[in-house]
Write a protein of this length. Structure first.
Length: 627
């Protein structure tokens, strides 16, 4: 929900309100003045009565203009007609001593408040000029002022002038007071709005923690404090592991609830000298003053990780996540905020690479690793353009018979010196940098071509397995690419098996399931790779038409040595069998492991016991040997 905060009310509304306010006061003053002139006309006589009557007519016209909302025209008619009437009364009677001149100050006040700048100055010049003219005419003998005998009529004239002027000034002063109060209230609202805007600009609206902008200011303050007290300042960069599946499976509202509760947990772990900041997404920054002994910082980091791994009760569901933390320390690792954040971020990724749910301190080697990663990326882009990659194939074997029925295509990057760059180094990099879709499509096409060539050599039932990345599903054109690869190789769809990771199955499930259903209708089969290392949810396997489950090599390599692995492997095989799934054990390297898996009921296997991954040209000999 977006809230619009305005630092000031709309100017058009103010103009309209001020216009109607002035118009209302003009109507009141015109009406009251007209009434006063009518009362004066009743007691007046002769020329005075005639002049007052003319003034009443002019006021009536001004009143009519005001009713038609012609504010400025009405003000001009009102004030100039009154100025001319008062001047005529003074000229015709007492001159500079005439009571009519008492009305001039009121006219100037009205002109200032109701009229324009031009109206005020023109009236002021007129009044001064008229008074000067009266004085000169009188002193020169051209005008003989008539000073009548004081009567009750004069009191009426004075009363009318004072009442009209006084009432009008009272209304205006009251309006000014109300206007000042209104402005004061608006000023309070503006200050409150600005304060709220400033709060929103410096705080995360979800967790109410300081955001990155305020975080940098807090860092500057805490750095000054630490320097003053000869202390160091640790910057802890926390990033949640496996947070995306929470949003994908439960919705973003659930993710928001989790982040809000995590923010509360983090705040509860800190003292008044420490600060937590919402850096963005599922990332948090913690500023912790410390000494040369870093054990308190390490202890705090471990407490944060422990707190983050405690279940979150979200929408009546227990959600478990973990966190990885990178730590950089001032002044050892620098003093600039952005530099410290970058180094803490590098250390955080090191923690993720070391198994997640842990913390690591920054060291200079991480920067070198980052440079090496950048250089590798540049080489990777060039290798894709120049097609420097090749495919090796590792057989899949039926355990009880030893029959090699299929091969898994594995990507290799050979170097000019005969070495190989490990797929563990360049495939994650390709995924991060958006290159995996192009690379994966090449693997798919090349594997289908190789399988077709081998089938043409007499291995007519041979099948090929190809690993898929989440990005290839996300592009929503996987079905078309598979069809094109099969058609180009003239390979039946039943000869192709696509291997998916567990984590892929719980990401954008609707998008993925639609494509899997379409591919399944073509005759393509699916295997779940590295089962047991991720979420191990067999319910997903039933939903996604999987036919094969591959048990990760981490459970197989020590199967005969560890008493813990055998029950796990047995449980996986039994559950897979109950769902009608075949099982493939990865990483079989010796006869004892093979026999153990046969006794547990495993169907297929692959590993160095039979063959490592080998080039296509070496496969026919291996396949003939098994036949």
């Amino acid at each position: 929900m977006l809230i619009k905060y305005s630092s000031a009310p709309d100017s058009t509304d103010y103009q309209q309100k001020f216009f109607h306010f002035r118009l209302r006061r003009l109507l009141q003053i015109t009406g009251f003045t007209l009434f006063g002139l009518f009362m004066a006309m009743v007691v007046a006589s002769g020329t005075t009565k005639l002049l007052i009557f003319a003034g009443c007519i002019a006021l009536a016209i001004a009143l009519l203009c005001a009713l038609k909302q012609r504010l400025l025209l009405s003000a001009y008619i009102l004030l100039w007609s009154m100025a001319i009437m008062l001047s005529a009364l003074a000229f015709n009677s007492g001159g500079l001593r005439d009571l009519a001149l008492l009305g001039f100050p009121g006219l100037l006040v009205y002109a200032a408040l109701l009229g324009s700048v031009g109206l005020f100055y023109s009236l002021l010049i007129f009044v001064l000029s008229f008074c000067t003219l009266l004085t000169w005419l009188t002193l020169s003998g051209y005008l003989q002022p008539f000073l009548p005998t004081l009567t009750w009529q004069h009191l009426v004239f004075v009363a009318v002038i004072l009442l009209v002027t006084g009432f009008s000034v009272y209304l205006m002063v009251r309006d000014m007071r109300l206007l000042m109060q209104s402005l004061q209230q608006e000023n309070i609202k503006v200050r409150a709005s600005r304060k709220e805007i400033e709060r929103l600009a410096h705080h995360d609206p979800l967790t109410e923690l300081p955001n990155r902008i305020l975080g940098e200011q807090l860092y500057t303050q805490m750095l000054a404090y630490c320097r003053q007290h000869q202390r160091q300042l640790a910057v802890l960069f926390l990033d949640l592991d496996n947070f995306k599946p929470v949003n994908d499976s439960l919705g973003h509202s659930a993710g928001d609830l989790l982040l809000r509760e995590l923010a509360q947990r983090l705040s509860a772990l800190l003292n008044e000298q420490q600060q937590v900041i919402r850096f963005g997404g599922d990332e948090f920054l913690l500023l912790v003053p410390c000494d040369a002994d870093r054990s308190p910082v390490s202890s705090l980091a471990q407490n944060i990780i422990t707190s983050a791994t405690q279940p979150f009760n979200i929408m009546q569901t227990n959600v478990v996540v973990s966190g990885s933390i990178g730590i950089a320390v001032v002044p050892t690792d620098g003093t600039e905020f952005n530099v410290l954040c970058r180094k803490a971020d590098l250390a955080m990724y090191k923690a993720k690479g070391d198994g997640r749910n842990t913390f690591r301190y920054y060291d200079d080697k991480l920067d070198q690793d980052n440079i090496d990663k950048f250089n590798l990326l540049q080489r990777l882009r060039q290798a894709i353009r120049q097609q420097e990659f090749s495919l090796h194939y590792q057989p899949k074997v039926t355990l009880h018979s030893g029959h090699m029925h299929s091969v898994e295509a594995l990507l290799r990057w050979p170097q000019s010196d005969g070495s190989m760059i490990s797929p563990a180094d360049f495939i994650p990099l390709a995924e991060q940098c958006g290159l995996i879709a192009e690379l994966g499509n090449w693997v798919l096409q090349e594997a289908c071509q190789a399988c077709a060539r081998l089938r043409a050599q007499g291995f007519s039932t041979l099948r090929v397995a190809v690993n898929l990345s989440y990005v290839q599903f996300k592009n929503d054109n996987l079905e078309l690419l598979v069809q094109q690869a099969l058609l180009a190789a003239r390979l039946p769809a039943s000869a192709l098996e696509l291997e998916l990771t567990e984590s892929l199955l719980i990401s954008d499930t609707d998008l993925i399931q639609q494509q899997l259903n379409s591919l399944s209708k073509l005759g393509v089969t699916f295997a779940i790779d590295d089962f047991g290392t991720g979420y191990s949810n067999l319910g997903y396997l039933r939903s996604f038409n999987a036919t094969t489950l591959k048990i990760d090599r981490s459970f197989i390599s020590s199967l005969c040595l560890s008493e813990r692995d055998e029950p796990l492997v047995q449980a996986i095989i039994n559950m897979a069998a109950s769902l009608g799934l075949k099982t493939v054990a990865e990483g079989i390297e010796d006869e004892a492991t093979l026999q153990k898996l046969i006794s547990l009921g495993c169907d297929d296997g692959q590993g160095f016991y039979w063959s490592p991954a080998i080039p296509e040209q070496d496969l026919p000999a291996l396949l003939h040997q098994q036949q």
